[in-house]
Ligand binder design. Structure first.
Ligand SMILES: Nc1ncnc2c1ncn2[C@@H]1O[C@H](COP(=O)(O)OP(=O)(O)O)[C@@H](O)[C@H]1O
Ligand SMILES: [Mg+2]
Length: 161
């Protein structure tokens, strides 16, 4: 019985994130997707909204839960009882940052392992920031985000707050 935590900003969740959560759910008995309250980036959605969008996106996966956290990922992992941190790796952009984080997390919590899963080919270049830009400019992001996420981004761009 291994619980994994899948932490991130999820602003908003994309099919790339759903793909990682789904593949992780086949590897671990329990996967907790954890929405980071206060990432050091400009957010479009509040924490409750990011959690709600995720809940709707993973409801078909019985062993996947969604929560929010603040502070260190390794502390959230301890609270949840997770022995594994799952992260997704896209070609090029993610490796250096994830390696740095993995090293620091190992220093802070040697008992917690990090498992990186390669992004699936169709989602290799899908990022929340690009999705927001494309939908904001009137582009069609069907296939790259769940339908309810596209609606939510369109609504938010029309009337922020
Ligand atoms: N298209 C994608 N395919 C696979 N993994 C992804 C994709 N987009 C993001 N990820 C991974 O999901 C996790 C959360 O991403 P993100 O929401 O950007 O939060 P963070 O601010 O922690 O990077 C990270 O491990 C990131 O590399
Ligand atoms: Mg990121």
């Amino acid at each position: 019985m291994v619980t994994a935590i899948y932490p991130g900003s999820f602003d908003p969740v994309t099919q790339g994130h759903v793909d990682i959560a789904s593949r992780a759910s086949a590897l671990f008995s329990r996967v907790v997707v954890a929405v980071y309250d206060t990432p050091s980036k400009k957010l479009l959605f509040g924490t409750d909204e990011r959690v709600d969008l995720l809940l709707q996106s993973v409801k078909q996966l019985p062993n996947v839960e969604v929560t929010r956290f603040t502070g260190l990922v390794v502390e959230a992992a301890r609270r949840i009882g997770a022995g594994v941190i799952v992260r997704g790796l896209r070609s090029g952009s993610d490796f250096e940052y994830e390696f740095e984080m993995a090293y620091m997390n190992k220093k802070l919590a040697p008992d917690v392992e990090m498992v990186c899963m390669m992004a699936s080919l169709p989602y290799q270049y899908v990022s929340s920031s690009l999705i927001k830009e494309v939908i904001g400019l009137g582009g069609d992001a069907t296939d790259l985000v769940p339908a309810h996420v596209m609606d939510a981004v369109q609504r938010k761009m029309r009337s922020p707050e």
